[in-house]
Design a protein around this ligand. Structure first.
Ligand SMILES: C=C(O[C@@H]1C=C(C(=O)O)C=C[C@H]1O)C(=O)O
Length: 283
């Protein structure tokens, strides 16, 4: 028989199947919420680490990387990663509420091909509040005053906000992630947070050097002498006041702390870690 009901499930059978799976997914999401909240409570009591933000950008990057490595089958990996990004942001917001700032993009001001708002929305998902700020620099200032804010900033070659990052004390805005989390052509934007940056496995460290040295090759030579053998200048800005800022990228995280002294000496200025980010996944 060709229309044997037992061998080919009906529309109803299949839809009931989907409903049962959806109930399981929902129950698992609620279970994950309980665990995340327990973790959030632990973060508040453990060693007095009552950070205003529970954000762990390194852990988030590791979760996505593992997902990309183990995924098989026809369901599109970007869709899967998008679900996880949205999920992680919502859980983070349950632990410690936060707001995201993106710079306003008026007509004529462009921070790259896409809009930073769209980039932020797809990174954080539907549930996270996003607001505009007057400028990228205004976001750096806002974060310095409010540790529950996150900022999505344009690439450093498109705007000089990075020259104003404070250096020195630990509780200051850092670059903690690159957006989007997966990309065929590298970062389009950086995520700024007061959360201290943490290594996550496939990282790029960014060192900000501010001083009087205008020649980037002098800075690079100093970086190489300091052990940053792969260092490259990722952005450069000369001021009208005879001062220049350089942003140096390196994967030598082990050498970063020691490099700051020699770099500061080379520019007769200051040098410090501007942040760390996980390389976007190249799918
Ligand atoms: C759950 C945690 O807190 C946040 C939420 C995460 C998640 O939902 O997986 C991951 C990292 C953190 O940003 C954690 O620290 O593990």
């Amino acid at each position: 028989m060709t229309n044997d009901k037992s061998s080919s499930p009906s529309f109803d059978d299949l839809r009931q199947n989907i409903d049962a799976i959806d109930r399981e997914i929902h129950a698992l999401l609620m279970r994950r919420a309980d665990v995340v909240m327990a973790l959030g409570a632990l973060k508040k009591t453990d060693g007095g680490a009552s950070a205003p933000l529970a954000l762990r950008p390194g852990r988030e990057a590791v979760i996505l990387r593992k997902l990309a490595e183990t995924h098989k089958g026809p369901f599109p990996l970007p869709a899967l990663l998008g679900i996880w990004r949205s999920m992680i942001s919502a859980y983070l917001h349950m632990q410690t509420p936060f707001n995201v700032l993106v710079p306003q993009q008026d007509q004529g001001i462009s921070f790259g091909a896409g809009s930073l708002w769209d980039l932020a929305r797809s990174h954080f998902g539907a549930a996270i509040p996003i607001h505009t700020a007057a400028s990228p620099r205004a976001i750096v200032t806002a974060l310095a005053h409010d540790p529950t804010l996150l900022g999505v900033l344009p690439r450093p070659t498109l705007d000089d906000w990075w020259t104003t990052l404070p250096l020195g004390h630990a509780d200051r805005p850092h670059i903690v992630a690159a957006l989007p989390a997966w990309s065929s052509d590298g970062p389009h934007a950086y995520l700024l947070s007061r959360t201290p940056p943490e290594p996550m496995g496939a990282d790029v460290a960014l060192i900000l050097v501010r001083g009087t040295e205008m020649d980037s090759s002098v800075i690079l030579q100093a970086a190489h002498r300091a052990g940053l053998d792969d260092a490259s200048i990722s952005a450069y800005k000369a001021g009208i006041d005879g001062h220049a800022s350089h942003l140096i990228a390196t994967r030598r995280l082990d050498a970063v702390a020691g490099a700051e002294g020699p770099l500061a000496a080379a520019v007769r200025g200051e040098a410090g870690l501007a942040g760390l980010f996980a390389e976007p996944l190249a799918l």
